[in-house]
Ligand binder design. Structure first.
Ligand SMILES: [Fe+2]
Length: 253
């Protein structure tokens, strides 16, 4: 199991003797993960509602995404979504102990616009960081490769369709590769911080690859040239992660 996978499991991270003792205590489950996001206690609770560490440095995606963009994107924009999600969860009495972030996203129409924007923002960015890795990009293989060829004809055709979705998303939003209910692949885009898993999404499915086309993701380096940023993204795609997500979704069905 990779380190990132371990981090993303809902588990209690402890250290030292006290941590070992607490790890065996069922009472630990009563710690509120929301309040733990910003508190610097001896023990930390790792949960999907909190921003997780990046698996690479801010410079790791250069020259395709510059370090300053990565740092501001991660520490300011994405961190703010996580903080505001925590605030919304407290205000709306969301039981984050028992309600998964994915279930929240799937039922987002029952919550406030603040919850929708920030749950989506947090969920999308946590995936986005994992969907990229330092260049060079690999290529999809196995069942994912077969599915791409079946749905789009070829990897190059898929890239064209996906890039067009990213280029034509008006204003801020995301482009996605999704698995639809019938297990076929499709490309779509969503406005703002919406996600195809949301019950309000125009095109629904499970995202396995996404591209942030908010200006905050590229403007420092690419200014108004969003297509150049989209082209650069193909050097960074973590196809191993995409394949893993694909296999997880297909296996569950
Ligand atoms: Fe972003």
């Amino acid at each position: 199991m990779s380190k990132s996978t371990q981090n993303r499991r809902q588990f209690i991270s402890t250290s030292g003797k006290a941590g070992m003792a607490l790890a065996a205590m069922p009472l630990m489950a009563k710690i509120n993960p929301i309040t733990s996001i910003h508190s610097k206690t001896k023990f930390s609770v790792v949960n999907e509602y909190a921003q997780q560490p990046l698996n690479y440095s801010y410079t790791a995606l250069e020259p395709f995404i510059d370090a300053m963009t990565m740092e501001i994107h991660y520490t300011k924009h994405a961190a703010t979504y996580a903080k505001n999600l925590a605030d919304a969860a407290l205000a709306e009495k969301l039981d984050t102990q028992t309600y998964s972030l994915t279930d929240l996203i799937k039922n987002i129409s029952h919550y406030s616009p603040k919850m929708r924007n920030n749950a989506g923002g947090h969920f999308n960015h946590e995936m986005f960081w994992q969907m990229m890795k330092p260049a060079p990009a690999s290529i999809p293989t196995g069942e994912l490769n077969e599915a791409i060829n079946k749905s789009f004809g070829s990897l190059d055709n898929f890239k064209t369709v996906f890039s067009d979705a990213a280029k034509t998303r008006f204003g801020s939003g995301w482009a996605w590769l999704i698995i639809k209910a019938d297990n076929t692949l499709a490309v779509c885009s969503t406005p703002n911080q919406d996600n195809p898993l949301m019950d309000i999404a125009e095109t629904k499915g499970t995202p396995i690859l996404g591209l942030d086309v908010w200006e905050h993701a590229y403007y420092l380096k690419y200014q108004n040239k969003r297509p150049d940023y989209i082209n650069a993204f193909w050097n960074l795609v973590n196809w191993e992660f995409v394949q893993k997500k694909y296999a997880e979704v297909i296996t569950k069905k």
